[in-house]
Design a protein around this ligand. Structure first.
Ligand code: LUZ
Ligand code: MOS
Length: 752
């Protein structure tokens, strides 16, 4: 089934927040941001703004009627700064004007005077000063201390990975509208409409039922709008509350890059221990997560890091501790993978270091240690599949790795200034919000009198195709054609208490809820048909919109059946509620069964380095991915390709740069390089792992949003191999991203 949005997208007709028709009298809002990374606010001088025509108002923390607090997990983040500012880009005031040029002019005339306080940007320094956002956590299994003593080989190392800008094409924004009786309606570009609703209510001192949030779709999010869409919606709503006029707040690209959180940079220390057969016996790791100036989603992200310590490997003795370090940078936030990729980069670095010191092929250690059915994860859950090994074996069958290695050796012998390298990257990603209570969803289904169907869920369409998948779920559950089904906007008055569309779980949770709602309506319709046809329910079915008795088609058509049920005064609407069964987690002992299932896969990446310039390209990536039984292979392949490319960008050219004063240097697209079409692999081949599918997944089709991002990690290690082929003295230092500059240093130095 084709993506239901593709026509609208291609014609440019799809609606985003800034495309909504504006009501008469709509104003624009523009935040004034702190340009100090850490300081006491002495005063905010507005004197130069007074006589600017078109300025409607400037609001600060003092104008907030409720609680000046937007922290989603911990209450540590004011919406508008009060006595102190903690990062550059922190909102301090809100300018409301007739138009954008006026608002910009006003902004340029506001002066904030601060007394500078010490600026910390390095998580290790923050940790040494005791600057943590919340207490550290340790996940442990076995006994590393005695385990290391029994190891033949023990290696210590360090790994660093950089942050990443989301670069959703639609920037952050919201359009807030005053309604009757002081109520407010907000169109928000958010993954979490309920978070927006709840926070607006809290900050404005309203009840949740006075706030309606509506989302048509997002032009990308990637985690950047899970929590950090909220501030902009609340600011717009604050202006509405103050002025009783519609207010639109859309961040321009540079403001968005400057003032919104990104993927967390991590710095980590590890010790890996192997026995004489290269079985990894022990792994000890300390993660220093750069959290920025407030907690935001860092507690949950740090938790997922701790779940993905060992990637796709079984390690009997593990001790992992994570620190979320408070720095004077914008609060870092959710980004596809949510702390998992950071952990997996450390694991792969440790294996690479061991392979290098032992002078063995990294693949040998990887393969030797893959998870098998029955293995226990360090958090207590059992691995219930052999898909790690199966995907590796399948890839090796399709593209024998030894032959690939030989081809690369031959290429490297024949070329002096071009060198190739390859890496294999197995992945394992847990599906479910790590916070068990978030794993629930609702779906409201109406059948109209003409037989057409309306479906509302908590899922947010952000380009990932969830609405297409939910259309399929509804159509298949009712045995009607997909053209009958309309996916409605996501609206808090129709579907309440939604979890954000995140954690790769949107289709699973909302799909299962939709199945339940459809099932309820189908039961009603089957009763109706049974009475009308005088046939027993057990013998009845609907196929392609016709009612059948056993295998015999009747002349009762869907439209007619719906009409009869309506005239008989039957309920043709239902709300399904789904909560993932079986999952639980006990934080006191850090053990449980947090995930509904895991997604596996293995990729093979080949890179080619130009040894005169340090530039590189990626001739190919081939991978075997565990889709379960994919319900939409085109959408799922699109997710794998997009995630792979995003992972490649994170590992290679995307470099977030801050100076010691906490100033973001890479604050525009001329300074922050994202992979473009020339950077894309010459060939991407995706082979589905043949399995029976996963019953906990919607229609046995596994969650696909995040896991394939981690295939990109292979690129880093393939580049290290290519450099080594040119410069045998090269010793990698596991410091991602591997930019062309670093490659060049590696080609002609000892490290890179
Ligand atoms: N968001 C969240 C996520 O709140 N909890 C999670 O476990 C998660 N995992 C991945 C992406 N977003
Ligand atoms: Mo996410 S990182 O699934 O919002």
């Amino acid at each position: 089934m084709k993506n239901i949005d593709s026509g609208g997208h291609v014609r440019g007709e799809s609606i985003y927040v800034d495309d909504l028709p504006e009501l008469n009298g709509t104003l624009v809002a523009l935040p004034f941001f702190s340009d100090s990374a850490h300081g006491k606010v002495l005063n905010l001088d507005l004197s130069q703004t007074r006589d600017i025509p078109g300025l409607i108002g400037i609001f600060t923390a003092e104008d907030i009627p409720g609680e000046n607090q937007i922290g989603g997990i911990l209450s540590d983040e004011p919406l508008l700064a009060e006595e102190e500012v903690h990062f550059r880009g922190q909102p301090v005031a809100l300018i409301v004007a007739e138009d954008i040029p006026t608002a910009r002019k006003v902004r340029s005339r506001i002066v904030m005077n601060t007394e500078a306080l010490e600026v910390i940007t390095d998580p290790r320094i923050a940790k040494s000063r005791g600057q943590l956002l919340f207490p550290p956590r340790t996940f442990e299994i076995g006994d590393v201390e005695s385990g290391f003593k029994k190891c033949t080989h023990v290696f210590k190392g360090r790994a660093d990975s950089g942050g990443q800008e989301h670069l959703y094409i639609e920037t952050q924004g919201a359009y807030a509208i005053p309604m009757e009786n002081g109520n407010i309606k907000i169109h928000s570009s958010t993954q979490g409409p309920t978070i927006v609703q709840k926070t607006v209510a809290k900050v404005l001192g309203m009840a949740m039922h006075q706030v309606e949030v509506d989302v048509t779709r997002l032009g990308g999010a990637f985690g950047g709008k899970e929590d950090q869409a909220t501030a902009w919606a609340v600011l717009a709503a604050l202006a509405v509350k103050k002025l009783n006029r519609p207010v639109k707040l859309i961040l321009e690209r540079q403001d968005d890059m400057y003032a919104t959180g990104k993927r967390h940079p991590y710095s980590s220390d590890f010790t890996i221990g192997l026995d004489k057969d290269l079985k990894i016996q022990c792994f000890e790791v300390e993660y220093y997560q750069n959290g920025g100036a407030a907690a935001d989603l860092s507690p949950a992200i740090m938790e997922r890091t701790l779940f993905h310590v060992t990637n796709a490997y079984c390690i009997p003795h593990v001790k992992a501790t994570a620190y979320s370090c408070k720095t004077n940078l914008v609060p870092f936030t959710a980004f596809r993978g949510f702390g998992g990729p950071q952990a997996m980069f450390v694991m792969e670095s440790a294996i690479a270091l061991a392979a290098e010191r032992l002078n063995v092929d990294k693949k040998r250690i990887q393969h030797q240690n893959l998870l098998k059915n029955g293995d226990k994860f360090h958090y207590g859950q059992l691995c219930r599949s052999d898909n790690a090994v199966l995907s590796w074996t399948e890839l090796d069958k399709i593209r024998p790795m030894d032959i690939e290695c030989k081809a690369i050796d031959t290429f490297n012998q024949q070329n002096v200034f071009k060198k190739r390298g390859m890496a294999v990257m197995p992945i394992c990603f847990g599906i479910s919000f790590t916070n068990t209570s978030m794993n629930q969803a609702r779906s409201m289904v109406h059948i109209y009198q003409d037989g057409s169907v309306s479906v509302s869920t908590g899922a947010i369409e952000m380009g990932q195709g969830v609405n297409t998948k939910l259309t399929q779920v509804a159509a298949w559950s009712l045995n009607i054609f997909p053209s009958r089904v309309r996916m409605e906007t996501t609206n808090t008055t129709r579907v309440a208490n939604t979890s954000p569309t995140a954690a790769s779980s949107g289709s699973d949770l909302n799909g299962k809820a939709t199945q339940l709602a459809c099932k309820e309506i189908m039961a009603t319709l089957m009763q109706t048909a049974s009475a009308y046809l005088g046939a027993s329910i057990q013998k009845l079915s609907i196929r392609d919109e016709w009612v059948y008795i056993s295998d015999k088609k009747t002349n009762l058509y869907w439209n007619e059946l719906v009409k009869i049920a309506f005239l008989e005064r039957k309920q043709l609407s239902a709300i399904g509620h789904y909560a993932t069964p079986e999952i639980h987690f006990d934080k006191r002992i850090e053990k449980g069964h947090p995930f509904a299932y895991h997604v596996f896969g293995t990729s093979l990446t080949v890179v080619e380095v130009d040894c005169l310039t340090g530039m590189y390209k990626i001739p190919k990536v081939e991978l075997v991915h565990d889709f379960g039984k994919s319900m939409n292979t085109e959408i799922d392949k699109g997710q794998v390709e997009g995630a792979l490319m995003q992972g490649i960008g994170w590992m290679t050219v995307e470099e977030l740069k801050y100076d010691v004063e906490g100033r973001l240097l890479s604050d525009s697209l001329s300074k922050y390089k994202v992979p473009d079409i020339y950077m894309a692999p010459g060939k991407v081949e995706i082979f589905p792992l043949q399995t029976d599918g996963e019953p906990m997944a919607i229609l046995r089709s596994k969650a696909v949003g995040e896991p394939p991002l981690m295939y990109g990690i292979g690129t880093y290690f393939a580049l290290a191999e290519a450099i080594k082929a040119f410069n045998p003295k090269y010793r990698p230092i596991y410091d991602a991203p591997m930019t062309p500059e670093k490659v060049l240093m590696g080609l002609y130095g000892r490290q890179g």
